[in-house]
Design a protein around this ligand. Structure first.
Ligand SMILES: Cc1cc2nc3c(=O)[nH]c(=O)nc-3n(C[C@H](O)[C@H](O)[C@H](O)COP(=O)(O)OP(=O)(O)OC[C@H]3O[C@@H](n4cnc5c(N)ncnc54)[C@H](O)[C@@H]3O)c2cc1C
Length: 456
Protein backbone atom coordinates (compact mmCIF):
# COMPACT_ATOMS: atom_id res chain seq x y z
CA UNK A 1 0.00 0.00 0.00
CA UNK A 2 1.30 3.48 -0.88
CA UNK A 3 2.39 5.59 2.08
CA UNK A 4 0.15 8.52 2.88
CA UNK A 5 -0.10 11.81 4.66
CA UNK A 6 -2.88 11.94 7.29
CA UNK A 7 -6.36 12.43 5.77
CA UNK A 8 -7.39 16.06 6.37
CA UNK A 9 -10.94 15.45 7.68
CA UNK A 10 -10.31 12.77 10.31
CA UNK A 11 -13.20 11.78 12.55
CA UNK A 12 -13.52 13.15 16.07
CA UNK A 13 -13.11 10.69 18.92
CA UNK A 14 -14.67 10.87 22.38
CA UNK A 15 -11.42 12.55 23.52
CA UNK A 16 -11.57 15.13 20.71
CA UNK A 17 -15.22 15.90 21.34
CA UNK A 18 -14.53 16.62 25.02
CA UNK A 19 -11.52 18.95 24.46
CA UNK A 20 -12.58 21.26 21.64
CA UNK A 21 -11.54 24.37 23.62
CA UNK A 22 -7.85 23.41 23.83
CA UNK A 23 -6.23 26.80 23.07
CA UNK A 24 -3.42 25.37 20.90
CA UNK A 25 -5.70 23.06 18.88
CA UNK A 26 -5.11 25.04 15.67
CA UNK A 27 -1.88 26.85 16.64
CA UNK A 28 -0.35 28.92 13.80
CA UNK A 29 -2.87 27.47 11.36
CA UNK A 30 -2.42 30.21 8.78
CA UNK A 31 1.13 31.43 9.58
CA UNK A 32 4.17 30.92 7.35
CA UNK A 33 6.65 28.50 8.95
CA UNK A 34 9.85 29.80 10.60
CA UNK A 35 12.83 29.73 8.21
CA UNK A 36 14.90 27.54 10.51
CA UNK A 37 14.96 25.57 13.73
CA UNK A 38 17.53 23.42 15.49
CA UNK A 39 15.12 20.60 16.34
CA UNK A 40 12.13 19.79 14.17
CA UNK A 41 9.68 17.29 15.67
CA UNK A 42 7.20 15.96 13.09
CA UNK A 43 3.89 14.87 14.67
CA UNK A 44 1.99 16.19 17.70
CA UNK A 45 0.80 12.89 19.17
CA UNK A 46 2.12 11.69 22.50
CA UNK A 47 5.45 10.69 20.88
CA UNK A 48 6.04 14.14 19.38
CA UNK A 49 4.81 15.98 22.49
CA UNK A 50 6.86 13.85 24.91
CA UNK A 51 9.98 14.08 22.70
CA UNK A 52 9.76 17.89 22.53
CA UNK A 53 9.14 18.01 26.30
CA UNK A 54 12.13 15.76 27.05
CA UNK A 55 14.42 17.77 24.76
CA UNK A 56 13.51 20.99 26.59
CA UNK A 57 13.75 19.37 30.01
CA UNK A 58 17.17 17.94 29.08
CA UNK A 59 18.54 21.44 28.51
CA UNK A 60 17.64 22.30 24.90
CA UNK A 61 16.29 25.88 24.65
CA UNK A 62 12.52 25.86 24.08
CA UNK A 63 12.96 28.36 21.22
CA UNK A 64 15.03 25.73 19.37
CA UNK A 65 12.17 23.21 19.20
CA UNK A 66 9.43 23.33 16.56
CA UNK A 67 6.62 20.76 16.25
CA UNK A 68 4.90 20.34 12.88
CA UNK A 69 1.46 18.73 12.75
CA UNK A 70 -0.42 17.85 9.55
CA UNK A 71 -3.88 18.41 11.08
CA UNK A 72 -5.14 19.86 14.38
CA UNK A 73 -3.05 19.11 17.49
CA UNK A 74 -3.23 15.50 18.75
CA UNK A 75 -5.42 14.40 15.85
CA UNK A 76 -3.66 11.04 15.25
CA UNK A 77 -3.94 7.74 17.13
CA UNK A 78 -3.11 9.45 20.43
CA UNK A 79 -6.38 11.37 20.25
CA UNK A 80 -8.29 8.36 18.94
CA UNK A 81 -7.30 5.45 21.16
CA UNK A 82 -9.19 3.52 23.82
CA UNK A 83 -7.60 5.27 26.81
CA UNK A 84 -5.83 2.22 28.21
CA UNK A 85 -2.31 2.40 29.71
CA UNK A 86 -2.11 -1.35 29.98
CA UNK A 87 1.20 -3.15 30.23
CA UNK A 88 1.33 -6.59 28.69
CA UNK A 89 2.07 -8.71 31.78
CA UNK A 90 2.91 -11.99 29.99
CA UNK A 91 0.50 -12.60 27.08
CA UNK A 92 2.93 -11.50 24.35
CA UNK A 93 5.81 -13.66 25.62
CA UNK A 94 5.57 -16.48 23.01
CA UNK A 95 5.30 -14.07 20.08
CA UNK A 96 8.14 -11.80 21.27
CA UNK A 97 10.24 -14.89 22.09
CA UNK A 98 9.72 -16.41 18.66
CA UNK A 99 10.86 -13.18 16.97
CA UNK A 100 13.45 -11.76 19.38
CA UNK A 101 14.39 -14.62 21.72
CA UNK A 102 13.29 -15.18 25.34
CA UNK A 103 15.70 -12.69 26.97
CA UNK A 104 14.53 -9.78 24.79
CA UNK A 105 10.92 -10.93 25.25
CA UNK A 106 11.32 -10.66 29.03
CA UNK A 107 12.89 -7.19 28.68
CA UNK A 108 10.00 -6.02 26.47
CA UNK A 109 7.46 -7.05 29.12
CA UNK A 110 9.51 -5.67 32.02
CA UNK A 111 9.81 -2.37 30.15
CA UNK A 112 6.02 -2.12 29.95
CA UNK A 113 5.79 -2.52 33.73
CA UNK A 114 8.34 0.27 34.18
CA UNK A 115 6.39 2.38 31.69
CA UNK A 116 3.22 2.27 33.80
CA UNK A 117 5.21 3.66 36.72
CA UNK A 118 6.76 6.35 34.44
CA UNK A 119 3.33 7.62 33.32
CA UNK A 120 2.01 7.56 36.90
CA UNK A 121 5.04 9.50 38.17
CA UNK A 122 4.80 12.02 35.31
CA UNK A 123 1.08 12.69 35.84
CA UNK A 124 1.43 12.93 39.63
CA UNK A 125 4.60 15.06 39.62
CA UNK A 126 3.01 17.62 37.32
CA UNK A 127 -0.47 17.28 38.75
CA UNK A 128 -1.91 16.78 35.25
CA UNK A 129 -5.71 16.76 35.08
CA UNK A 130 -6.13 13.93 32.58
CA UNK A 131 -8.57 11.67 34.45
CA UNK A 132 -5.69 9.34 35.28
CA UNK A 133 -7.00 6.25 37.04
CA UNK A 134 -4.37 3.95 38.50
CA UNK A 135 -6.18 0.68 38.92
CA UNK A 136 -5.95 -2.92 37.77
CA UNK A 137 -6.83 -4.55 34.49
CA UNK A 138 -8.38 -7.97 34.08
CA UNK A 139 -7.70 -10.24 31.14
CA UNK A 140 -10.93 -12.22 30.79
CA UNK A 141 -10.64 -15.52 28.92
CA UNK A 142 -13.89 -15.89 26.97
CA UNK A 143 -13.30 -19.35 25.49
CA UNK A 144 -11.95 -22.64 26.87
CA UNK A 145 -9.38 -22.67 24.08
CA UNK A 146 -8.01 -19.23 24.94
CA UNK A 147 -8.08 -20.01 28.69
CA UNK A 148 -5.94 -23.07 28.15
CA UNK A 149 -3.60 -21.19 25.76
CA UNK A 150 -3.07 -18.40 28.31
CA UNK A 151 -2.46 -20.82 31.19
CA UNK A 152 0.35 -22.36 29.11
CA UNK A 153 1.77 -18.93 28.28
CA UNK A 154 1.90 -17.94 31.96
CA UNK A 155 3.69 -21.15 32.85
CA UNK A 156 6.14 -20.66 29.95
CA UNK A 157 6.86 -17.08 31.10
CA UNK A 158 7.34 -18.16 34.72
CA UNK A 159 9.73 -20.95 33.68
CA UNK A 160 11.76 -18.49 31.63
CA UNK A 161 12.27 -16.45 34.83
CA UNK A 162 9.61 -13.81 34.10
CA UNK A 163 8.20 -11.94 37.10
CA UNK A 164 4.56 -12.98 37.71
CA UNK A 165 4.35 -11.86 41.34
CA UNK A 166 1.96 -9.00 40.47
CA UNK A 167 -0.53 -11.23 38.59
CA UNK A 168 -3.64 -12.66 40.30
CA UNK A 169 -5.54 -15.60 38.84
CA UNK A 170 -9.28 -16.42 39.06
CA UNK A 171 -11.17 -19.40 37.69
CA UNK A 172 -14.79 -20.48 37.16
CA UNK A 173 -17.33 -18.81 39.45
CA UNK A 174 -14.65 -16.67 41.07
CA UNK A 175 -13.67 -15.30 37.63
CA UNK A 176 -17.32 -14.59 36.80
CA UNK A 177 -17.88 -12.82 40.12
CA UNK A 178 -14.67 -10.80 39.92
CA UNK A 179 -15.24 -9.63 36.35
CA UNK A 180 -19.09 -9.53 36.26
CA UNK A 181 -18.75 -11.31 32.91
CA UNK A 182 -21.06 -14.36 32.91
CA UNK A 183 -19.11 -16.07 30.10
CA UNK A 184 -15.72 -15.72 31.84
CA UNK A 185 -13.79 -19.02 31.95
CA UNK A 186 -10.78 -17.67 33.83
CA UNK A 187 -9.20 -14.27 34.45
CA UNK A 188 -5.83 -12.66 35.25
CA UNK A 189 -5.48 -9.30 37.02
CA UNK A 190 -2.50 -6.93 37.24
CA UNK A 191 -1.83 -3.19 37.73
CA UNK A 192 -2.72 -0.83 34.86
CA UNK A 193 -4.24 2.60 34.31
CA UNK A 194 -6.62 4.49 32.11
CA UNK A 195 -6.60 8.16 31.22
CA UNK A 196 -7.86 10.85 28.85
CA UNK A 197 -5.05 10.69 26.25
CA UNK A 198 -6.13 13.97 24.69
CA UNK A 199 -5.91 15.90 27.97
CA UNK A 200 -2.56 14.30 28.83
CA UNK A 201 -0.98 15.18 25.49
CA UNK A 202 -2.49 18.65 25.42
CA UNK A 203 -0.93 19.32 28.82
CA UNK A 204 2.48 18.23 27.50
CA UNK A 205 2.13 20.44 24.39
CA UNK A 206 1.01 23.42 26.51
CA UNK A 207 4.03 22.97 28.77
CA UNK A 208 6.36 22.82 25.75
CA UNK A 209 4.81 26.02 24.37
CA UNK A 210 5.02 27.77 27.78
CA UNK A 211 8.77 27.05 27.71
CA UNK A 212 9.27 28.63 24.27
CA UNK A 213 8.60 25.60 22.01
CA UNK A 214 6.55 26.24 18.87
CA UNK A 215 3.68 24.30 17.33
CA UNK A 216 2.55 24.63 13.70
CA UNK A 217 -0.73 22.79 13.02
CA UNK A 218 -2.45 21.97 9.69
CA UNK A 219 1.05 22.04 8.25
CA UNK A 220 2.27 18.66 6.92
CA UNK A 221 5.94 18.07 6.19
CA UNK A 222 5.73 16.98 2.57
CA UNK A 223 9.37 16.38 1.57
CA UNK A 224 12.84 16.37 3.09
CA UNK A 225 15.96 17.21 1.12
CA UNK A 226 19.62 17.95 1.90
CA UNK A 227 20.27 21.54 2.98
CA UNK A 228 22.93 23.42 1.03
CA UNK A 229 24.81 26.07 3.00
CA UNK A 230 27.17 26.55 5.89
CA UNK A 231 24.73 27.74 8.57
CA UNK A 232 24.69 24.43 10.54
CA UNK A 233 21.38 23.18 9.14
CA UNK A 234 21.41 19.73 7.57
CA UNK A 235 17.94 19.32 6.09
CA UNK A 236 15.26 21.35 4.30
CA UNK A 237 11.69 20.41 5.12
CA UNK A 238 9.01 21.43 2.68
CA UNK A 239 5.54 22.36 3.89
CA UNK A 240 2.58 24.07 2.21
CA UNK A 241 3.53 27.25 4.14
CA UNK A 242 7.25 27.45 3.39
CA UNK A 243 10.54 25.62 3.84
CA UNK A 244 12.22 25.05 7.21
CA UNK A 245 15.96 24.41 7.51
CA UNK A 246 16.70 22.10 10.47
CA UNK A 247 19.75 20.60 12.12
CA UNK A 248 17.86 17.67 13.62
CA UNK A 249 14.60 16.03 12.54
CA UNK A 250 12.67 13.64 14.76
CA UNK A 251 10.03 11.57 12.98
CA UNK A 252 7.11 11.06 15.40
CA UNK A 253 4.65 10.28 12.63
CA UNK A 254 3.89 6.67 13.60
CA UNK A 255 1.73 4.94 10.94
CA UNK A 256 2.56 7.70 8.44
CA UNK A 257 6.36 7.46 8.83
CA UNK A 258 6.86 5.89 5.38
CA UNK A 259 5.61 8.99 3.60
CA UNK A 260 8.78 10.97 4.38
CA UNK A 261 11.00 7.90 4.72
CA UNK A 262 10.60 5.64 1.68
CA UNK A 263 13.17 3.27 3.21
CA UNK A 264 10.59 2.18 5.79
CA UNK A 265 7.44 2.39 3.73
CA UNK A 266 6.08 -1.16 3.76
CA UNK A 267 7.85 -1.75 7.09
CA UNK A 268 5.78 0.58 9.28
CA UNK A 269 2.29 -0.16 7.98
CA UNK A 270 -1.17 1.19 8.82
CA UNK A 271 -3.97 -0.69 10.52
CA UNK A 272 -7.26 1.01 11.16
CA UNK A 273 -8.61 0.45 14.67
CA UNK A 274 -12.05 1.37 15.92
CA UNK A 275 -13.47 2.35 19.31
CA UNK A 276 -16.93 3.05 20.71
CA UNK A 277 -18.35 5.01 23.65
CA UNK A 278 -21.40 3.97 25.67
CA UNK A 279 -23.52 5.50 28.41
CA UNK A 280 -24.05 2.56 30.77
CA UNK A 281 -27.37 1.33 32.13
CA UNK A 282 -27.92 0.76 35.88
CA UNK A 283 -25.86 -2.46 35.90
CA UNK A 284 -22.66 -0.46 35.25
CA UNK A 285 -23.62 2.83 36.91
CA UNK A 286 -23.21 4.35 40.36
CA UNK A 287 -21.61 1.94 42.79
CA UNK A 288 -21.84 -0.81 40.15
CA UNK A 289 -19.38 0.99 37.84
CA UNK A 290 -16.38 -1.16 36.90
CA UNK A 291 -13.43 -0.79 39.26
CA UNK A 292 -10.91 -2.34 36.85
CA UNK A 293 -10.44 -2.15 33.11
CA UNK A 294 -11.11 -5.33 31.16
CA UNK A 295 -9.98 -7.13 28.08
CA UNK A 296 -12.63 -9.57 26.87
CA UNK A 297 -10.45 -11.94 24.92
CA UNK A 298 -11.58 -14.58 22.43
CA UNK A 299 -8.08 -15.19 21.02
CA UNK A 300 -4.56 -13.70 21.17
CA UNK A 301 -5.45 -10.83 18.79
CA UNK A 302 -9.22 -11.09 19.03
CA UNK A 303 -10.60 -8.94 21.85
CA UNK A 304 -12.64 -6.02 23.13
CA UNK A 305 -11.05 -3.66 25.66
CA UNK A 306 -13.39 -2.11 28.24
CA UNK A 307 -12.44 1.03 30.08
CA UNK A 308 -14.98 2.81 32.28
CA UNK A 309 -14.01 6.44 32.79
CA UNK A 310 -14.43 8.39 36.01
CA UNK A 311 -17.53 10.08 34.53
CA UNK A 312 -19.07 6.64 33.90
CA UNK A 313 -18.64 6.58 30.11
CA UNK A 314 -17.58 3.13 28.90
CA UNK A 315 -15.00 3.09 26.11
CA UNK A 316 -14.80 -0.17 24.18
CA UNK A 317 -11.81 -0.64 21.92
CA UNK A 318 -10.87 -3.70 19.90
CA UNK A 319 -12.88 -5.39 17.23
CA UNK A 320 -13.41 -9.02 18.17
CA UNK A 321 -15.39 -11.65 16.39
CA UNK A 322 -16.83 -14.54 18.39
CA UNK A 323 -16.41 -17.10 15.62
CA UNK A 324 -14.55 -17.36 12.31
CA UNK A 325 -17.89 -17.15 10.50
CA UNK A 326 -18.11 -13.52 11.62
CA UNK A 327 -14.83 -12.69 9.85
CA UNK A 328 -16.76 -11.62 6.78
CA UNK A 329 -15.51 -9.32 3.98
CA UNK A 330 -17.71 -6.58 5.51
CA UNK A 331 -15.98 -7.02 8.88
CA UNK A 332 -12.49 -6.90 7.30
CA UNK A 333 -13.32 -3.87 5.13
CA UNK A 334 -11.03 -0.89 5.82
CA UNK A 335 -8.70 -2.76 8.16
CA UNK A 336 -5.50 -1.93 6.25
CA UNK A 337 -6.08 1.73 5.59
CA UNK A 338 -4.99 5.31 6.27
CA UNK A 339 -8.62 6.40 6.20
CA UNK A 340 -9.70 7.65 9.64
CA UNK A 341 -12.54 9.74 8.25
CA UNK A 342 -15.03 6.89 8.55
CA UNK A 343 -15.73 3.62 10.40
CA UNK A 344 -16.82 0.04 9.73
CA UNK A 345 -20.54 -0.55 10.59
CA UNK A 346 -20.06 -4.32 10.98
CA UNK A 347 -17.49 -3.74 13.76
CA UNK A 348 -19.88 -1.29 15.40
CA UNK A 349 -22.61 -3.93 15.32
CA UNK A 350 -20.28 -6.48 17.00
CA UNK A 351 -19.27 -3.92 19.62
CA UNK A 352 -22.88 -2.97 20.45
CA UNK A 353 -23.77 -6.65 20.87
CA UNK A 354 -20.79 -7.22 23.17
CA UNK A 355 -21.67 -4.16 25.26
CA UNK A 356 -25.23 -5.40 25.52
CA UNK A 357 -24.00 -8.79 26.82
CA UNK A 358 -21.65 -7.09 29.27
CA UNK A 359 -24.27 -4.74 30.67
CA UNK A 360 -27.39 -6.88 30.49
CA UNK A 361 -29.05 -7.36 33.89
CA UNK A 362 -32.61 -7.67 35.25
CA UNK A 363 -31.79 -4.61 37.41
CA UNK A 364 -31.63 -2.39 34.31
CA UNK A 365 -35.34 -2.04 33.64
CA UNK A 366 -36.43 -0.51 30.33
CA UNK A 367 -33.64 1.39 28.46
CA UNK A 368 -33.75 5.12 29.20
CA UNK A 369 -33.34 7.72 26.45
CA UNK A 370 -29.65 8.63 26.35
CA UNK A 371 -28.41 5.26 27.56
CA UNK A 372 -26.35 2.89 25.43
CA UNK A 373 -24.24 3.46 22.31
CA UNK A 374 -23.16 7.08 21.99
CA UNK A 375 -20.20 7.38 19.60
CA UNK A 376 -17.85 5.53 17.21
CA UNK A 377 -14.50 6.56 15.78
CA UNK A 378 -11.41 5.14 14.12
CA UNK A 379 -7.70 5.86 14.16
CA UNK A 380 -4.61 4.53 12.39
CA UNK A 381 -2.19 2.30 14.26
CA UNK A 382 1.44 1.88 13.07
CA UNK A 383 2.48 -1.79 12.82
CA UNK A 384 5.93 -3.31 12.41
CA UNK A 385 6.58 -6.87 11.16
CA UNK A 386 8.64 -7.71 14.27
CA UNK A 387 6.00 -6.38 16.71
CA UNK A 388 8.16 -3.73 18.43
CA UNK A 389 8.77 -0.01 17.77
CA UNK A 390 11.64 1.65 15.93
CA UNK A 391 13.72 3.94 18.14
CA UNK A 392 16.98 5.62 17.14
CA UNK A 393 19.01 7.35 14.45
CA UNK A 394 18.18 6.71 10.79
CA UNK A 395 21.31 5.24 9.18
CA UNK A 396 22.63 7.36 6.31
CA UNK A 397 20.39 10.32 7.21
CA UNK A 398 22.67 12.28 9.51
CA UNK A 399 20.64 14.15 12.12
CA UNK A 400 17.35 12.31 11.49
CA UNK A 401 15.77 10.15 14.19
CA UNK A 402 12.67 8.04 14.56
CA UNK A 403 10.34 6.86 17.33
CA UNK A 404 7.38 5.04 15.79
CA UNK A 405 5.55 1.76 15.19
CA UNK A 406 3.99 0.76 18.52
CA UNK A 407 1.68 -1.92 17.09
CA UNK A 408 -1.42 -0.39 18.69
CA UNK A 409 0.19 -0.33 22.12
CA UNK A 410 1.88 3.07 22.30
CA UNK A 411 0.22 4.29 25.47
CA UNK A 412 2.03 1.40 27.19
CA UNK A 413 5.44 2.25 25.66
CA UNK A 414 5.96 5.88 24.69
CA UNK A 415 6.92 7.30 28.11
CA UNK A 416 9.91 4.94 27.93
CA UNK A 417 10.65 5.26 24.19
CA UNK A 418 10.54 9.08 23.84
CA UNK A 419 12.83 9.81 26.83
CA UNK A 420 15.11 7.00 25.58
CA UNK A 421 15.32 8.59 22.14
CA UNK A 422 16.12 12.00 23.62
CA UNK A 423 18.98 10.45 25.61
CA UNK A 424 20.42 9.18 22.30
CA UNK A 425 19.92 12.55 20.58
CA UNK A 426 21.69 14.34 23.43
CA UNK A 427 24.69 12.00 23.20
CA UNK A 428 24.08 9.04 25.54
CA UNK A 429 24.60 5.42 24.59
CA UNK A 430 21.83 2.89 23.87
CA UNK A 431 22.47 1.29 27.28
CA UNK A 432 21.44 4.58 28.95
CA UNK A 433 17.98 4.40 27.37
CA UNK A 434 17.04 1.28 29.35
CA UNK A 435 15.09 0.07 26.30
CA UNK A 436 15.23 -3.50 24.97
CA UNK A 437 17.93 -3.75 22.27
CA UNK A 438 15.36 -5.07 19.79
CA UNK A 439 13.69 -1.58 19.67
CA UNK A 440 16.81 -0.06 18.12
CA UNK A 441 16.53 1.05 14.50
CA UNK A 442 19.33 -0.41 12.37
CA UNK A 443 20.07 -1.60 8.89
CA UNK A 444 20.55 -5.14 10.32
CA UNK A 445 17.06 -5.02 11.82
CA UNK A 446 15.57 -4.01 8.46
CA UNK A 447 17.41 -6.95 6.86
CA UNK A 448 16.08 -9.34 9.54
CA UNK A 449 12.57 -7.97 8.89
CA UNK A 450 12.95 -8.63 5.15
CA UNK A 451 13.88 -12.24 5.94
CA UNK A 452 10.95 -12.51 8.37
CA UNK A 453 8.55 -11.16 5.73
CA UNK A 454 9.94 -13.56 3.13
CA UNK A 455 9.23 -16.52 5.47
CA UNK A 456 5.58 -15.52 6.08
C1 LIG B 1 -8.85 3.01 18.07
C2 LIG B 1 -7.50 2.92 18.74
C3 LIG B 1 -7.41 2.37 20.01
C4 LIG B 1 -6.17 2.29 20.66
N1 LIG B 1 -6.14 1.90 21.95
C5 LIG B 1 -4.98 1.91 22.62
C6 LIG B 1 -4.94 1.62 24.00
O1 LIG B 1 -5.98 1.46 24.64
N2 LIG B 1 -3.73 1.53 24.61
C7 LIG B 1 -2.56 1.75 23.91
O2 LIG B 1 -1.48 1.60 24.49
N3 LIG B 1 -2.58 2.13 22.63
C8 LIG B 1 -3.75 2.21 21.96
N4 LIG B 1 -3.77 2.60 20.67
C9 LIG B 1 -2.49 2.95 20.00
C10 LIG B 1 -1.98 4.31 20.45
O3 LIG B 1 -2.98 5.27 20.33
C11 LIG B 1 -0.75 4.69 19.61
O4 LIG B 1 0.23 3.68 19.75
C12 LIG B 1 -0.13 6.02 20.04
O5 LIG B 1 -1.09 7.01 20.18
C13 LIG B 1 0.91 6.46 19.01
O6 LIG B 1 1.29 7.77 19.32
P1 LIG B 1 2.13 8.61 18.30
O7 LIG B 1 2.28 9.97 18.86
O8 LIG B 1 3.36 7.89 17.94
O9 LIG B 1 1.25 8.62 16.97
P2 LIG B 1 0.03 9.56 16.57
O10 LIG B 1 -0.79 9.93 17.73
O11 LIG B 1 -0.64 8.91 15.42
O12 LIG B 1 0.76 10.88 16.11
C14 LIG B 1 1.38 11.01 14.85
C15 LIG B 1 1.05 12.42 14.39
O13 LIG B 1 1.85 12.74 13.26
C16 LIG B 1 1.07 13.53 12.38
N5 LIG B 1 1.72 13.42 11.06
C17 LIG B 1 1.88 12.30 10.31
N6 LIG B 1 2.58 12.58 9.20
C18 LIG B 1 2.88 13.90 9.24
C19 LIG B 1 3.59 14.78 8.38
N7 LIG B 1 4.17 14.35 7.25
N8 LIG B 1 3.71 16.08 8.75
C20 LIG B 1 3.17 16.53 9.91
N9 LIG B 1 2.48 15.74 10.75
C21 LIG B 1 2.34 14.44 10.43
C22 LIG B 1 -0.31 12.90 12.46
O14 LIG B 1 -1.33 13.76 12.02
C23 LIG B 1 -0.41 12.57 13.94
O15 LIG B 1 -1.00 13.61 14.69
C24 LIG B 1 -4.98 2.71 19.99
C25 LIG B 1 -5.07 3.28 18.72
C26 LIG B 1 -6.31 3.39 18.10
C27 LIG B 1 -6.38 4.03 16.74
Amino acid sequence: MHPSLPAPASNLSHWHRTTRSFPHLNANRFAEVPASTKYLVIGSGITGAATAWELINSGVAGEDVLILEAREAVSGATGQNAGHVRPDAFRGFPRFSAIHGPEQAKLILENEKLHLQSVKDFVETHNIKCDFNYTTTIEVCMTEEYASHLAKVLSQYRKAGGDVSHIKFYQGDEAKAKTKVPAAISAYEWPAASNHPGKLTQWVLSDVISKGGKLWTHCPATKISKHRGTDGARWDIQTPRGIIAAETIIHCTNAYAGYLLPEISGVVTPRRAQAHAYVPPASLSGESALKSTLSLRYGPTNFFSVNQLKDGTVIMGGQAVRSDAERTPEYLEGRVSFDDTTHNPQITKNSIEEFSRLSSSPSNGPARPGEGFSHVWTGIVGETPDAVPFVGPLPGLDGQWICAGYNGHGMARIFQCAPGLVKLITGSSWAATGLPACFQFSKERLDRISRLKAKV
